[in-house]
Each structure stands twice: as structure tokens, then as C-alpha cells.
Design a protein around this ligand. Structure first.
Ligand SMILES: NC(=O)c1ccc[n+]([C@@H]2O[C@H](COP(=O)([O-])OP(=O)(O)OC[C@H]3O[C@@H](n4cnc5c(N)ncnc54)[C@H](OP(=O)(O)O)[C@@H]3O)[C@@H](O)[C@H]2O)c1
Length: 331
């Protein structure tokens, strides 16, 4: 049943996915996180807000990252109402390098993180770039998580889980580092979004072996199609047509929360999950998304090194006992 759903796409991505799969054997409940520290970016809306609320219900002390004070305050209230003993709001525009650096420094002083969810993201109709000239989709979805993880890695608790919220849209684009950032003349929002989402899957793969010596794990996951403000504004026609079968934000957040709480502990880290199972990363019309092989390990390393250069932010710890990577800027 699970495989048939996966092949047929619509049942898998729609609300039918969690409704049917939650009755199958593999569907576990997320472990409790009583007193643990959890971080969620994109926590002011949709899937990120649902993650923050559910992590609070699991007992976590939740830190929310948003860029709007009013939406942030409302999200914080929701998290407190869900029972969080602590709900702290951090304001930062994750597309702006200085704001990301300030946020990372503030988060590093908070204690040991047990769950980290990178949910911030958007499908942007028009080209935009940040003050460093980086395209906004990549800056927010790829470079900001890189900088946050490089800062927080030494601050992760043993058994911590880090999740990047990717998208099934990534199936439509192969990975090509040279084409990751679309320039203004060639810009198409859906393509920029899908490429950044593909890159997030590889970023989790690059993080996994670096976090393993710390006893922590990284994952990526796609939530399916969820009725969120982001989907409504980013893909209005799609939203209208599929509204009857869209997941709720909570259903979209389900597997992300399960991963963040340690539901997949012991499974091979770095995998791409959907509805509590690792999923393949190739699907029509892109049958070979990675040049190096089905898991794209070489591309993951290529992307990681590019992030180090683009942000001048090296991994802070020896990877597998090796040298700490030097900071270097792109030529
Ligand atoms: N909904 C779906 O069907 C679906 C499917 C696949 C993947 N996803 C992924 O799920 C994640 C959440 O999306 P959603 O559908 O829940 O959309 P959403 O309702 O628009 O939520 C997106 C969140 O990201 C934040 N964000 C966006 N750009 C930001 C920036 N530059 N700096 C700081 N925060 C920023 C938004 O903040 P503001 O409140 O300030 O806008 C908001 O909190 C995204 O990564 C998205 O790609 C969603």
C-alpha cells in the first residue's frame, strides 16, 4: 500500500498519505522531548508553526525564528498555549547574512539543542537578491541553514536531530551547482525553488557524517502538499485546484516532528523522508538527479564546500577526526 501510494504521487502527497499510512506498521509516534531545547525557523506560519506547536506538545522548550514581530508574537502565544514551558522568539530575516550571523550567535548562547527544524522557505515569484548579491531562495533555504548549523553544531546535545524541510518539488530538478542560483534574466520562481529544495536534501547528506561523531543526526523530509499560507501565495492555481485533498499544516509537519524528536534514531542518517519512511530521490521526469550516483554523496560535498566559500563559514569541528576546513571565499 505504501509503495503503491508512492508510485502514484497524488495519494502520497495529498492528505490521503498520512490518513492511510498512519494505520500501517511503520508509523511510529514521536518520542517525548520533555525539557529539551528545540529550534524552529519559519515558525510564524504553516508547517513551521505546526512543528513548533507539536514540539511544545511533546514537552520541548521551543525557540521560534521569524522575521515579523507581530506574526512572531502570535506564533509564540500558540506555542505557549500548546503547553511549552518556554517559548522564545528570535527575529531575523534569514535571507540577510548579517541577520543570520547575529541570530546564530544568539542561538549558540542558549544551551544544548536537541531538535532543530529548518522550515523557513518560500517560492518567490520575482527575482531578488540579498545585500551580498545572493539569490533569495538559495540565501534563505541553503546558505542560512549552513551558517546556523556551522554555529550550532558544537552546541548540539547527544542524540540531537536536525531536519531540513525540503519539498517534493525537488523531484523536478537535478542537482547542478553551477545552475543552483538562477540569474535575474533566467529567473523562474518554481525552478529556483525546486533547485534550492534539491540542494537541501544534499545539505542534510553532507551534515550527517559531520554530526555523527557528535552523536547527532541530520535528515531532510518533504511534507507533501499542505494547505499553508505559503502554498496559497506561492502556487495559487495549484492551491485552488487541489484544495480538497491538501494536507493540514499539522499533517505536513508530522514526519518533520517525528524526525526532529528522534523517531528515526538508528536509521542511516542523511536520508530523505516522507511519511516516516526514507524515499528515493529520483522520479520522472528527472531520472538521474546526481551525476555521481543515486545518493549524490559527491554532489553533497561539492555543495557543502560551496556553502563554506559563499558564506565564509567553515564547519567548526573536525569532520571524522580530520582537519577543520579553512575559511575561504569564492574567487
Ligand atoms: N505547504 C506545502 O505544501 C509545502 C510543500 C513542500 C515543502 N514545503 C516547505 O515547507 C516549509 C514551510 O512552508 P509553508 O508552506 O508552511 O509556507 P509558509 O506558511 O509561507 O511558511 C514559511 C515560513 O518561512 C518564513 N520565511 C520565509 N522566508 C523567510 C526569510 N527570508 N526569513 C525568515 N523567515 C522566512 C515565513 O515567515 P513569514 O511569516 O514572515 O512570511 C514563514 O514563517 C518551506 O520550506 C516550504 O518550502 C511546503
Amino acid at each position: 500500500m505504501d509503495r503503491a501510494f508512492e508510485v502514484a504521487v497524488v495519494p502520497s502527497f495529498s492528505r490521503l498519505g498520512p490518513v492511510v499510512r498512519s494505520r500501517l506498521e511503520h508509523w511510529g509516534t514521536p518520542p517525548r522531548l520533555d525539557g529539551a531545547l528545540a529550534l524552529v525557523t519559519g515558525a510564524t506560519s504553516g508547517i513551521g508553526l505546526a512543528c513548533a506547536t507539536e514540539l511544545a506538545r511533546l514537552g520541548a522548550r521551543v525557540h521560534l525564528v521569524g522575521r515579523d514581530e507581530r506574526r512572531g508574537a502570535a506564533a509564540r502565544r500558540s506555542v505557549l498555549e500548546a503547553g511549552a514551558s518556554e517559548a522564545v522568539l528570535h527575529l531575523a530575516d534569514l535571507s540577510e547574512p548579517t541577520e543570520v550571523a547575529d541570530l546564530a550567535a544568539a542561538l549558540a548562547g542558549q544551551g544544548s539543542w536537541t531538535a532543530v527544524v529548518h522550515a523557513a522557505g518560500a517560492l518567490l515569484a520575482r527575482y531578488g537578491c540579498n545585500s551580498a548579491g545572493r539569490e533569495l531562495t538559495v540565501a534563505t533555504g541553503v546558505l542560512a541553514p549552513h551558517v546556523l548549523m556551522c554555529t550550532l553544531a558544537p552546541k548540539l546535545a547527544r542524540g540531537a536531530n536536525v531536519v531540513l524541510v525540503s519539498s517534493g518539488g525537488m523531484y523536478t530538478q537535478p542537482f547542478d551547482l553551477a545552475a543552483l542560483e538562477l540569474p535575474r534574466p533566467a529567473y523562474r520562481g518554481a525552478v529556483a525553488y525546486a533547485r534550492a529544495k534539491r540542494a537541501q536534501v544534499l545539505l542534510a547528506r553532507a551534515w550527517a557524517p559531520r554530526l555523527a561523531p557528535l552523536g547527532a543526526a541530520a535528515w531532510s523530509a518533504h511534507p507533501g502538499w499542505a494547505a499553508t499560507p505559503g502554498l496559497r501565495s506561492g502556487m495559487p492555481v495549484f492551491y485552488r485546484l487541489l484544495q480538497p485533498v491538501l494536507r493540514s499544516s499539522e499533517q505536513g509537519a508530522g514526519t518533520v516532528v517525528w524526525l526532529a524528536a528522534g523517531g528515526a534514531a538508528g536509521a542511516p542518517a542523511g536520508a530523505f523522508y516522507h511519511d516516516r519512511r526514507p524515499r528515493g530521490e529520483a522520479r520522472w521526469p528527472v531520472s538521474h538527479p546526481y551525476r555521481s550516483g543515486p545518493s549524490g554523496v559527491a554532489e553533497a560535498e561539492e555543495l557543502f564546500r560551496w556553502c563554506v566559500g559563499a558564506t565564509a563559514t567553515p564547519w567548526p569541528l573536525p569532520a571524522d577526526g580530520g582537519e577543520v576546513e579553512p575559511a575561504r571565499r569564492e574567487p
